[in-house]
Structure formats: C-alpha cells, structure tokens
Design a protein around this ligand. Structure first.
Ligand SMILES: Nc1ncnc2c1ncn2[C@@H]1O[C@H](COP(=O)(O)OP(=O)(O)O)[C@@H](O)[C@H]1O
Ligand SMILES: [Mg+2]
Length: 488
C-alpha cells in the first residue's frame, strides 16, 4: 500500500503543487509598510552611477531638515544592510545627507523617463514622509466607534497613508542591490506601485459617504492589481540568482569568484525581501480591514471587527488549516499522516484568523511533507503530527511536532531564507504575464513568510530540529495585540 502511495506521489508531483494561499494574492490578509525611502549613503554611490546620465538638474525638491534627520537615522539603522551591499561602506554616522537626497532625486529622475514629471516629484516627496503604524489593539478600539464614523476616519487615514507607503516601495524598488531593480518583474511591480500611488493622489478628499464608497472601490482595485507581487518578485530574484550562478557567483565589488554561489545567502536580498513582504502584509491588512468594515458581512457574525475575530478559537482555525494541508498532501502523496490536536476548544482571543490559518497551514504542510517522505517506502504507519495550543499570559503558543527526520544543521541556517527549498520549484514555469493569482509551491517561502505574519502582530516563529528524528515549530502569537506594525 505504501508502494502504491509512492507511485501515486511521483505521478502527482508533476501536476500538483504545494500552495500558499494568499501569497498569490486573494487574501484579505497581507500587510505591509516600508521603506528604503532614501538611499543609504553607501548605496548612494551606486545609485548615482546607475542613474547618472539621465539625471535631472537641481530643480527637484529637497527634503526638509526633519526628513534629513530621519533619513540619517534610517541610514544608520540599515548599516548592516549597507555594509553587506557595498565593498567599502561609508562609516556609520558620516553620511552626507545632501548626497543621499541627490541620489534619491536622480533615481526618481530615471522614473521620469516613463512617467509624468509631476507624478515623479510627488512620489519623491512622499518617500520622505514617515509611515504611520497601527496595532491590533488600535484596530479593535477603533471598532467600538459608530460604523459610519469608522469608515470615514479609516478612509481619510488610508487616503493619506497608502501613498506614503507606496512611495517608499517605489524608492526601494528603484534602489535594489546587485542589479535586481533592472529585472523586468521588479519593474512591473514598481509600475503597479506608481499607478496605485497616482490613483490615490488623484482621488479627491473623502468627505461624504459617497466618496467613501468610491474610495473603497478604488482600494479594492488596487489590492487586485498587486495580487501577484510575491511570485513576481520571487521570479525576479530567481532570475538574478541564475544569472549570478552563470557568471560563477562573483559578487559585484569583491572581484572574488565563487564567493557567492547562491543568492539565498546574500543578506542584502534577504533583508530587502523581509522588509518588502512585511510592508506588503501591512498594506493588505490595512486595506483588507477597511474593506471588511465597509462590507460588514453579516454571515461572519457579530464577533468580527473588520478582519479581526474578537473571539477567535485557535483550535478551530488549526483544524481548518490541518484539513486544507492534509487535502493537498493527499493530492500529492495519495495519503496523509494524521494530525492530533491538543488544546481547549473554548479558549478564544482576538486575532486575524486569516493570518493564523496561513501560518498553521504552512507549518503543518511542511510536517506532512517531511513525514510522508520519510515513510514513503516504509511498511510502518507514519507517526502522527502533534499540534499543541498553550494559553499564556502574554502569548498564545502553538507547537507543531513531527517525526519527519528533522532538518540537517547545515540546512537549518537557510530555512529562513527565501527561495531555499528542498522541493522542486515551479517558479521557472511562471512568466511575467501569467494571469491571476499564481501558486507558490516549493518556493521556499513558507517559513520566512509565516515568520513575517507572526511578527506583524508582535509574535514570532521558531523552528527546532533533531536531525534524524523530527522537527518542532513554535509559533508565538502576542495575545495583547499592543505591538505596533513593524515598519521596515
Ligand atoms: N517540519 C520539517 N521537517 C523537515 N524539513 C523541513 C520542515 N519544515 C521545513 N523544512 C525544510 O525547510 C525548507 C523550507 O521550508 P519552506 O520555507 O516552508 O519552503 P518549502 O516548503 O516551499 O520548501 C523545506 O524545503 C524543508 O527542506
Ligand atoms: Mg513549506
């Protein structure tokens, strides 16, 4: 019977995929924020070089002094990133803000080749503004106000906040290391941000219910436009990785051949992806929250404030995620190990169930795969996976334990890097025109994205492995909801 399952698995492997729902984009649940709004000093030189010939003169706006101070602070915060990016990074604290601003101006002028100059200048200005983070608790408190007031205040907030967050993205996408900015997929994504920025800026001040209605339609369209951002960027990074592998893994600026064979190991790319996807989770959370408040779906019951379930049972969400993960496992392997759940069904707390579902789905899927692989040719029944929910004072912790053989210590360091996977990746089959939500399967995105979802609301994710035996994943959720969005 095991052998039949193995044969079926091999057959299915060519057609079925491990999916990350929401990563392709339907979801109500992504969010983001961000900003390399201004280039770091050390990357300025590169940016200036890249943008040089086409550069505009000095008539573009200059940042205010407070923007410069903020910029300097951000530059210092990103020292690690900058040091990894350039062979000779500028000493921390010795940043020349005027040259940073000049570089920003120049990069924006490259955009002016394609877009109206006023639009580009507006983006440039917005990219110097601070983003405003919110917390889960804030979203809940906000939900106690009369609904028409919530909608109006929320729309007005988003009308101001989203363009700032989009402008930060544009500036960042124009300033990626290792030539990533010039990849077609990255430019397509940048264009989506520019277009969304433009539409928001053209939208008049939200004053009436009718304005709010139209504004909600607009942000829904924006959410659809950005649905494929994750796989598009993944594809761009993969192309860069292949290109570098072809060139022998030489890292620009070092001249040392073979230093970097795998882009997986490039910290600047990992750091960019972490910030970028975190930012995306935030934006999608904010938009999703507004749309959910607006649509006030009665079928979801009274206990929802927008997307947030004020009495979410983690155990019920876990059962759903397990069902979904097992059915994909069945499809791919022809069978699926059992998953035992331990926890109090009556325990509830306020959280976004879509986020929790996504994280548990990913973790259970990983365990199912490990156990199925380990027992593929065995006559023994696979041992069950165990999911335990613990209710603490500050945290709700969910542990997922499997006996799927664990992860080698050499691989353990890389499980948090994007694109690291031991499965076959379908990424190469995708092109930039692939329509609709694209499935992410074997992309090596499950763990790093799940950790971002956990951190978004102040939690975390840890994976501990016993090589040769099995893996424990600990998902910590902050049940107080008092942590503000981490704005990268
Ligand atoms: N429970 C687990 N047991 C064994 N290996 C695991 C487990 N979870 C993750 N891994 C390893 O980590 C890699 C990355 O996981 P993930 O980020 O979810 O990407 P993907 O599942 O697409 O490969 C997997 O390919 C696998 O090698
Ligand atoms: Mg996975």
């Amino acid at each position: 019977m095991r052998r039949a399952a193995t044969a079926l698995r091999r057959h299915a492997a060519s057609s079925a995929r491990w999916e990350i729902p929401g990563a392709g984009g339907d979801a109500s649940n992504h969010r983001f924020v961000v900003a390399l709004d201004v280039p770091r000093a050390s990357s300025c030189a590169r940016w200036i070089r890249a943008a040089s010939a086409r550069c505009a003169t000095d008539d573009a706006p200059s940042p205010s002094s407070s923007a410069r101070a903020q910029q300097q602070q951000q530059q210092q915060q990103r020292r690690g990133y900058a040091a990894a990016t350039d062979a000779t990074p500028a000493p921390a604290g010795k940043v020349d803000p005027s040259s940073a601003a000049a570089a920003s101006r120049r990069a924006m002028s490259a955009l002016a080749d394609k877009y109206d100059r006023t639009l580009v200048e507006n983006i440039y200005r917005s990219s110097f503004k601070n983003q405003t983070g919110v917390s889960l608790k804030y979203m809940l408190d906000f939900g106690s106000q009369p609904i028409h007031r919530q909608l109006m205040v929320s729309a007005q907030f988003l009308h101001k906040e989203l363009p700032v967050r989009f402008a930060h993205r544009v500036a960042e996408l124009e300033n990626l290391p290792l030539g990533l900015s010039s990849k077609a997929q990255v430019q397509t994504v940048r264009d989506w941000y520019v277009e969304s920025y433009d539409e928001l800026l053209k939208f008049p001040t939200v004053k009436t219910n009718e304005d709010e209605e139209k504004f909600t339609e607009l942000i829904k369209r924006i959410m659809e436009r950005h649905a494929n951002v994750v796989p598009m960027i993944a594809r761009g990074v993969l192309e860069l990785k292949m290109e570098m592998a072809e060139k022998g893994g030489t890292r620009p600026g070092t001249g040392k051949k073979g230093l970097v064979a795998q882009i997986n190991d490039l910290p600047e790319i990992q750091q960019f992806l972490d910030g970028f996807y975190m930012s995306r989770i935030g934006i999608r959370m904010l938009i999703g929250q507004h749309v959910a408040l607006h649509e006030k779906d009665d079928t979801r019951g009274e206990d929802y404030i927008g997307l947030i379930h004020t009495k979410m049972s983690p155990l019920r969400v876990a059962r759903d995620a397990i069902d979904d993960a097992r059915s994909i496992c069945m499809r791919q392997y022809g069978d699926a190990p059992e998953v035992e759940v331990f926890g109090d069904e009556s325990f509830t707390f306020a959280y976004e169930p879509g986020h929790l579902h996504q994280m548990l789905f990913e973790l259970v899927k990983n365990s199912l795969r490990a156990v199925s692989d380990k027992y593929a040719d065995s006559d023994d029944d696979p041992p069950p996976i165990r999911l335990v929910i613990a209710e603490g004072a500050e945290d709700v912790t969910i542990k997922i334990s499997d006996e799927g053989g664990g992860i080698r210590r050499s691989g353990l360091q890389r499980i948090w890097t994007y694109l690291y996977t031991t499965a076959d990746s379908p990424l190469l089959e995708m092109d930039e025109h692939t329509p609709g939500p694209v499935v992410l399967a074997g992309y090596g995105y499950g763990l790093p994205l799940s950790r971002l979802y956990a951190r978004y609301f102040g939690g975390d994710l840890q994976v501990i492995s016993m090589d040769g035996y099995g893996t424990d994943a600990y998902l910590h959720l902050n049940r107080l909801g008092n942590v503000q969005e981490p704005l990268p």
